[in-house]
Write a protein that binds this ligand. Structure first.
Ligand code: HNI
Length: 147
């Protein structure tokens, strides 16, 4: 069980409250696929992902980016039981999708970078600390089924 301070809870809620999911979700996934091209292997059924431009304009990828970000909502709403919340999603990613769990961290890092770029100087070190702690717990919970 992870302990959250009142300040961490408030920072994490405020970051998500001010987030445009439809913008940030696609940007984070697209960045992940471009920066770490081996992550594309899981998206073979998503149409054209041959070039950077194709990835950027791929509607299925954009839609999936929104799905992933909305997936984080579940953790946000259940911060005291993120592990339990993601038990099923962890099984799906390991047993059905066979996603290498190292990739969760890569996507989480891309999300941090996209949020930082969006927020600029408002993304203070303590905000980054709380946000990355939250994402680390998510990454751990999603990878739990693999351990
Ligand atoms: Ni992920 C499906 C959430 C990381 C590849 N993923 C989902 C779904 C959610 C989700 C929600 C939809 C499940 C359903 O249909 O019931 N994924 C998350 C979250 C993270 C994450 C919260 C981490 C922050 N997924 C990743 C990563 C990869 C990934 C890093 C691969 C690099 N996910 C997939 C694939 C699917 C998927 C592939 C199935 C998509 C489809 O529609 O076929």
């Amino acid at each position: 069980m992870v302990d959250w301070t009142a300040q961490e809870r408030s920072i994490i809620s405020s970051i998500f409250a001010n987030m445009n999911y439809d913008d940030i979700g696609p940007k984070a996934l697209i960045r992940c696929l471009i920066v770490y091209p081996w992550t594309l292997r899981y998206f073979k059924d998503f149409g054209d992902t041959q070039t950077v431009d194709a990835i950027k304009s791929n509607a299925l990828i954009a839609k999936h980016g929104k799905t992933v970000l909305h997936g984080l909502d579940r953790a946000l709403k259940n911060m005291d039981d993120i592990k339990g919340t993601y038990a099923e999603l962890s099984v799906l990613h390991s047993e059905k999708l066979h996603v290498d769990p190292d990739n969760f961290r890569l996507l989480a890092d891309c999300l941090t970078i996209v949020v930082a770029a969006q927020m600029g100087s408002k993304f203070t070190p303590d905000m980054q600390a709380a946000f990355q702690k939250f994402l680390s717990v998510v990454v751990f919970a999603l990878g739990r089924q693999y351990h």
